[in-house]
Each structure stands twice: as C-alpha cells, then as structure tokens.
Design a protein around this ligand. Structure first.
Ligand code: GLU
Length: 507
C-alpha cells in the first residue's frame, strides 16, 4: 500500500533540464520511493513568454533515461490532473478572489511606468521601494485598499489592467522550518506584496504553485535553494487559505568545479563536460548542447554521481545502485552548503560502472559502434576483445581507440616508438619471426609465447629487441594487452602480413 507521502518535481518548460534540476527530481524520487510514496511530475508553464516548445518532452525523456520515472504526471495516472498548469487555468482565479474577499489580497492598478517612477523617487531619497504596508495605503499607489469599492469594480469591469497582490502582514515574525536548514526567522516587513494573479487570467508561479501543491496533496516540497526566498510567502499563503503547511526542504546549489558560484552551461562548455542529461538543440539558434547520454555516460553512473552532490550516506560508500540509494537516502543527510561538481569524479563513476558491467553487456554496446564503422566480426571475437581491453576504458566509446588493431591492420606506426625500437638489424630478425610464426601449429597465446621466447633465448638477444618491434607491428603503437593474446586473436596469417608490412615500411 502506498503511503500519504506525495512529492512533486515541478519544472518550468523554459529550456533543457540542468543537472541541478535532475538532482532535484532524483532526491524527490528517492524520498518518495523510500517512504513508499508517490512521485509526481507537474509542468509549471504559466509564464507563456518563457515557454519553449519541446522541453516538456525533453524533461520526460531525461527522467526516463535516468530511470527515475514519475508515478503521476502528464499522460500518466492523472488522478489529480491535469498536471500542466496551462490546462488548470480556470482553477486559480477563484482562489485569488477568495484571498481578496478574506482581506488577504487586493487589486492593484499601478502601471509599470508608475512603479518605475516610485522606484526612482525612492532611490533619489536613498531608499528602496517595497510594495507593501510601507507604501500601499498612503494613497500614492493605486489599489483597492485606497480606492472606493465602486471605483475598483468599475476599473475591473472596464477591462483595465490589474494584478492581485498578496497583502503581506505588517510587523510579524515568522518562524519557518526547513528540513535541511532548520529554523529560519523572517521579519515580514522585509517582504513585498508579490503579484499572485494578472488580468490576462493567468496566475503567477506563487499562486499556481501553492494551489496545486494543496490540490495534489503534496506532503513534502523538495526543491532548489533558489526558491528559499519564496518560502515565507508560500507559508503565509497556506495560512491565509487555512491549509496545512507541507514540509519544505531546499537543496543546496551544485557549484562550479573551479571558482565560485552555480554550475552553468558556460562552465561545461569551457571545461568540456555536459550540464544537461540529454543533448539539446536550441531550435531558434541551432546551437547544440552536449548531453551525458550522448557523451557516453551510463545513466546509473550519472545518477550515482549526482546523488552524492549534496547528500552523503554518512559512510565512505560511494557506489550505490538505485535500490541502494532508495534504501539509504535521508533528507536529514542533505547538506546546507553547495556541492562542487567534479569532472574527474564523474568519469571515475563511469569507469567503475563500466568495469562492473558483464562482458556480454559491453559486447552488445560495442557491436553497435563496430557496425557503424562497417566492421562486422563475430560476437565471440568482440567479446574476447572487450575482455582484454575493458579495464583501460572509461567509456564504451574508448573501446575503438583501445582495440582498433584487432580489426584492421595498422596504417601507420607511432613515430617516436619506431625510431626507438626499429634498429639496423630489426628487419632481418623480424623476417625470422614471421617464418617462425608461420610454422606454429597450436596457435594459442601460451604456445606462441613459449616458441617465440625460446627462439629469442636461443639467439642470445634481449627480449625487448623482438617484443617491442613485434608489438609495433601488431598494434602500430606500444600500447595494448598481453602481446601473445593479441597475436592469437589476430591469427597466424594476419600476424605474418603485419610483420611484412612493418618491415616494408620501416626497413
Ligand atoms: N517551477 C519552479 C521551477 O521551475 C518550481 C519551483 C518549486 O518546486 O516550487 O523550478
């Protein structure tokens, strides 16, 4: 049975999802699953000016790729739906009017020019203009608190532009609780009367957000630190409506790897890493932003890395499956201070996950890359290659540069290594090695090794004199796993071809 714990991830579809947003979704998901609760996706698209088509799909695709799907949301278990605020437009007006009727909100008719003028005037006097009790009833501002009732009514009926503002209480001390930050004291005199509703019929974020959280029975609000300044208003709104206040948890920022401040797309561009889960094409500018998926990260590695950016399990454990994370996650272990993004650590996670995948899983992934390159070896051959090279890889895409010589004859030889390893008599010796290899019947790594090593000993020359040029012949470079494993894999005929090729090229 599901518990009453209900949390929501409430992004605005204004562009691709930053990894900070993915982490917010992840912590909501982990908390919901741990508490046997429900994870909801709500699309907060009341601000039509900032709406970017396609980003809702991007958000859903991202959550699916990360393997943190929502239980309720657009198109899925619409029990408390619709889950797009633009489709809930008709709901909010009544709530705004209820606040006005109860004396908790009022109509304001000030134009933006008039408000700018007030701001300027205050600045000249060395003061900051706040639209709240300091000014609202002094007759300088135009609102239903100072206008006669019939005048207010007339203006609304005439279709004059208006907004509905929250009437922030004067001189109250609010004591707020945040699950991560503890007690926060706020003096209401510092708050301005935020706009809740506009005459175009649209609510602002604040009204729509709390009405929906109430109607969708949200028990815990887990969101980014940037929303902490809105907390006093939100709690005041709950109180004004007489609704129970949900629990709040504001997550710390994800910080730049170097320097101060929030991790931005610019940091990613500069230092060469993605800040989005999936690649994103800006339809207006055509600019393509890289994504973790397309850059070759495993979703489970990405999620593991992200889980530890702001949360810690209280132990040294770093590797967590999603199920482990669900079992271990505690809101109380989320830190107050920002967490620095670390690219090396991110890659380390991917490397760990890659090493823990089975050879079959990796072979299937590598097969796709090889097909794209037009190389079609047998599955078993690829699997053997994978087993030999995987420990050197961070990404599956590294496999090709680590193993291309298994599939094609080297087209060039590392220049530095050639100079160092290819001596006067190397060509002659390698000719002998080629005929020796041709004569081997049991073409297994250990047999080839024994025969070649015995032959080297009988010649009374250093092992390096043969082993290094032979590696260069097979690989084109000095890298790669055990040389005789490579020779066995490549096969007798191709090995001999490669030896002749290097002799012709370097001698
Ligand atoms: N729509 C807000 C955002 O884009 C949601 C804030 C909240 O979770 O209350 O982040």
């Amino acid at each position: 049975m599901k518990s009453d714990i209900r949390v929501r991830f409430a992004p605005s579809p204004t562009g691709p999802l930053h990894i900070g947003g993915v982490r917010t979704a992840l912590y909501n998901y982990l908390f919901a699953k741990k508490m046997n609760g429900t994870f909801i996706l709500r699309i907060e698209d009341t601000d039509q000016n900032r709406y970017v088509p396609g980003t809702e799909k991007y958000i859903i695709d991202s959550l699916n790729w990360c393997n943190i799907p929502f239980d309720e949301g657009p198109g899925k278990n619409e029990k408390y739906g619709p889950y797009r605020q633009s489709e809930r437009k008709s709901i909010y007006k009544g709530y705004a009017e209820r606040l006005v009727k109860d004396g908790n909100a009022y109509y304001a008719f000030d134009t933006s020019d008039q408000l700018n003028e007030h701001r300027k005037q205050h600045e000249l006097e060395g003061k900051t203009f706040i639209y709240n009790w300091h000014n609202r009833e002094k007759g300088r501002l135009i609102n239903s608190l100072v206008l006669p009732d019939d005048e207010t009514k007339k203006r609304i009926e005439n279709g004059d532009d208006f907004v509905i503002r929250f009437k922030t209480p004067k001189e109250e001390s609010l004591v707020l609780t945040d699950e991560i930050r503890g007690i926060i004291n706020i003096d209401t005199n510092t708050l301005d009367d935020k706009v809740l509703f506009k005459s175009d019929g649209m609510p602002t974020y604040h009204l729509a957000n709390i009405v929906d959280d109430y109607l969708m029975k949200i028990s815990h609000i887990i969101r980014g630190e940037e929303w902490l300044p809105s907390l006093p208003l939100h709690v005041l709104l709950y109180n004004s409506f007489g609704w129970p206040v949900p629990k709040f948890a504001h997550l710390p920022l994800i910080l730049k790897p170097v320097g101060k401040g929030k991790l931005s797309k610019r940091d990613g561009d500069k230092l060469g890493f993605p800040v989005f889960p999936l690649a994103y094409t800006n339809e207006k500018t055509g600019e393509v932003s890289r994504g973790y998926k397309e850059d070759g990260y495993f979703p489970d590695a990405f999620i593991n890395m992200l889980s530890l950016l702001g949360w810690n399990p209280g132990t040294d454990q770093e590797l967590f499956t999603l199920d482990n994370l669900i079992a271990s996650f505690e809101l109380s272990r989320v830190s107050k201070s920002g967490a620095k993004f670390n690219l090396d650590k991110t890659n380390w996670f991917n490397q760990q996950y890659l090493q823990n995948k089975t050879n079959d899983e990796l072979t299937k992934l590598y097969e796709i890359i090889l097909k794209e390159k037009g190389v079609n070896p047998s599955y078993d051959f690829i699997k053997k290659v994978v087993s030999l090279i995987k420990e050197r890889a961070v990404f599956v895409k590294d496999f090709w540069s680590l193993s291309n010589y298994f599939f094609e004859t080297p087209s060039s030889y590392n220049e530095k290594a050639s100079k160092k390893q290819w001596k006067e008599n190397t060509g002659e010796l390698m000719k002998e090695v080629a005929s020796l290899i041709s004569s081997i019947d049991d073409f297994s790594s250990s047999a080839i090794e024994e025969i070649i090593k015995n032959w080297i000993s009988s010649k009374e020359i250093g092992f390096g004199k043969i082993m290094q040029p032979l590696r260069l012949a097979m690989v084109g470079d000095m890298k790669g796993p055990h040389l005789f494993d490579i020779i066995e894999m490549i096969g007798k005929e191709e090995s001999v071809i490669r030896i002749h090729k290097i002799i012709n090229t370097l001698s």
